[in-house]
Write a protein that binds this ligand. Structure first.
Ligand code: TUI
Length: 306
């Protein structure tokens, strides 16, 4: 459907997923994605054009639907001839008709069966079923029960996301019925990923219990690394004496500060599998490790069960 060699999507991580990372993943045979959360609509347009110079392979754009400029981005991607879109954090229904008329493959990220069915009815070409193990904005269900339930409910391809970090996780996702996987956190350690070195360092030092979900109290749960900042945020939101406005101003812009400045008051969004990311390596090695690793464990388990 997409013209890619390997069924591996790179997550469209806000502020992180730029032309450098997306082109590297696409050149490796996966699907690179550029995030629409960047310094404005024109900056995203520039990244799309830059990506075209870096790769002749298919790549896509992820649109974060809660962004104030989501409508502008929705139009811009049509102007730029983008062929593949993923969407997150809301319903893409208002833009679906225009995108379909432009011949764009639309792949919404969903966190429940109900939304997957709604997206299929709205004309989605596939869905990404994202479990709450993932970094950033999360739903309630986790990958293991979410993916098979979405697979059983829809007739379109399903891409599994959330907690997939190596060949074992990839194999598990395929066993649950997924047609492809989406990986975010592991690509934070790619050589071509342009985040601040401090962000990569924090990922490499993470353990199994290094992430925390904050923001549940105001309906926007986000998974990030435990830092003095995110722990403080959690304390503030659980304290009835704190005003909601104070929490929001404390948190706004924090992801950008982490990605670009390695700031101690930044939000280092990451999935639960951050503890499995052990080295910085080319995106190509990550894509190949995911696929060859999956093939290896599927073969071993199949032999053992025979
Ligand atoms: O969107 C994501 N993950 C994200 S977005 C993001 S940007 C951000 N920046 C600053 C602060 C907070 C976030 C970081 N990470 N994943 C895709 C995803 N979408 N997960 C869950 C959903 C989702 C949730 C509810 C999709 C739709 C939905 O409701 C649909 C509706 O009908 O409104």
């Amino acid at each position: 459907m997409l013209g890619i060699k390997y069924p591996v999507f790179q997550g469209g991580m806000a502020w992180v997923a730029d032309a450098s990372l997306a082109a590297a993943v696409s050149n490796a045979g996966g699907l690179g994605l550029i995030s629409s959360i960047n310094a404005g609509t024109e900056a995203v347009r520039d990244e799309i054009r830059k990506c075209r110079e870096l790769t002749d392979k298919p790549f896509g754009v992820n649109i974060m639907l809660q962004a104030p400029n989501a409508g502008e981005i929705a139009q811009m991607v049509i102007e730029e001839g983008v062929r593949i879109l993923t969407t997150g954090a809301g319903s893409p229904s208002p833009y679906m008709q225009a995108w379909k008329e432009a011949g764009i493959k639309v792949i919404p990220v969903v966190a429940s069966v109900a939304l997957a069915l709604k997206m299929q009815a709205a004309g989605a070409d596939a869905v990404v079923a994202e479990g709450a193990e993932s970094g950033g904005h999360v739903g309630e269900l986790h990958t293991m029960p979410l993916v098979p339930q979405v697979v059983d409910a829809v007739d379109i391809p399903v891409i599994a996301a959330g907690g997939i970090c190596d060949g074992r996780g990839a194999a598990a996702a395929f066993m649950l019925g997924a047609d492809a996987i989406q990986v975010g956190t592991r690509f934070l350690s790619a050589e071509e990923c342009t985040v601040h070195p401090e962000y990569k360092d924090k990922i490499l030092k993470a353990s199994d219990v290094s992430t925390i979900v904050t923001g549940k109290s105001f309906g926007h749960p986000v998974r990030s690394l435990k830092t003095p900042f995110s722990r403080n945020f959690a304390k503030m939101e659980n304290d009835p004496a704190t005003a909601k406005e104070d929490i929001l101003s404390f948190g706004s812009g924090a992801l950008r500060k982490a990605v670009q400045e390695g700031d101690r008051n930044g939000s280092y969004m990451a999935g639960e599998c951050a503890g499995m990311v052990k080295k910085i390596e080319p995106a190509k090695d990550i894509v190949e490790d995911l696929i060859l690793g999956a093939e290896k464990v599927i073969r071993e388990v199949s032999d053992r069960l025979a």
